[in-house]
Design a protein around this ligand. Sequence first.
Ligand code: GLR
Ligand code: MG
Length: 448
Amino acid sequence: MNKGTPTVTEMQVIPVAGYDSMLMTLSGCHAPYFTRNLVILKDSAGHTGIGEIHGGDYTCDALKSCIPLVVGQQVGKYRAILDSIHKASKRAKEDDGEGIQSLDISKLKFVVKAEWAIECALLDLLGQYLDLPMCELLGDGKQRDQVETLGYLFYVSDKNKAKELNYLDESDSSDPWFKLRRQEMLTPERIVEQAQVLHEKYGFRNFKLKGGVLKGSEEMEAIRALKKAFPNGRINIDPNGAWSLAEAIELCKPMEGVLTYIEDPCGPESGFSSREIMAEFKNKVNLPVATNMIATDWRQFYHAAALKSVDIVLADPHFWGFGGSVRMAQILNDWGLTWGSHSNNHFDITLTAFAHVAAAAPGNPTALDTHWIWQDGQNLLNDTPQIVDGYLQVPKKPGLGVTINMDRVMEANKLYNSLPTHDRDDAMAMQYLIPNWKFDSKKPALVR
Ligand SMILES: O=C([O-])C(=O)C[C@H](O)[C@@H](O)C(=O)[O-]
Ligand SMILES: [Mg+2]
């Protein structure tokens, strides 16, 4: 009889792309495509383990360089495998270690750590070997069967203004959400319509509006309209640090009974870091403050916690690792703070991974972010977990509990290979809306 856990026999890294809408953020405008990298592991027991992470060549190359450290290793030694990757990895020259205190999208690739896709695939294999769902292997094990999820609302620009870019058109879809999601939505009325259609399809009662697009006062009008339409709903806004401290206080103070939390209201200013500025904001405004920008690793979290700058850490497992994100959930829960997760555009493998991480987070996490609703239908799995009545269902089968559809993966890989560039560039599409547009961390995208 063979002793020990199975060994990894093969590691594939497959870059993929999918379609997106003209979603607006402080960084500009989403391009018609988004990219991701997949890791597919095979082991000596005949199992397949999968993981998904940030797209682009930088992350793809980082993953490929890990292959010799993974293949031939025992699945049960996954922590040692990750440790060997960390010890071998070198920080890129362009990475200043600042993280994303100002939402410079080109830096996101340094905040995301490629190896967490490998961690995910290894946990998938280990779970299959042990006959346990992945969430049972994390933290204190499974805490819930379904995970509350929020409707991530975005302002959407008119794709006809960038005809050459060929954004996907779903105007003839019979699904009301699919039909709506590629259309222009820039007013409070259209944002409420977006939320209503999402509520009908997925049952969301919690919503987050991606801000940093219009003037802060106009975005607060949309928030008020949402609260009117969903009086019992929890409504949040995330301008990605676009507002000055004074403006953030002025905008948010009157919203104390309206917003449930405010995410990254302000950024660094006058020589003070975002952690210091957000601590000052919290002294003035009686709202819980969330972040995925000022605490993206343990060193940043140390300072954010010491200054009491945040109440809710959106600890995306693609930034923190799966073990790390759940460790954060445990610490926050012990300290009376709250865990949640940030997201970027992703396929259903990440959706499944989010389900397991959130299922293992103790206490009362905030409703989970996901961009999935903007990609729903572009499945890479045969059995994509569903969002029902506002809750993402946690797969019960061993490991991630889902099966990959290689035909769809290869189609998404073909799309990736056909793209002129693989890195995210939200300024590119933005130039069609405002010629010569440039990112400014203090100016909403459409205010120029
Ligand atoms: O919560 C957040 O800050 C995000 O989701 C940031 C992302 O970059 C999002 O705005 C996006 O992907 O456009
Ligand atoms: Mg955020």
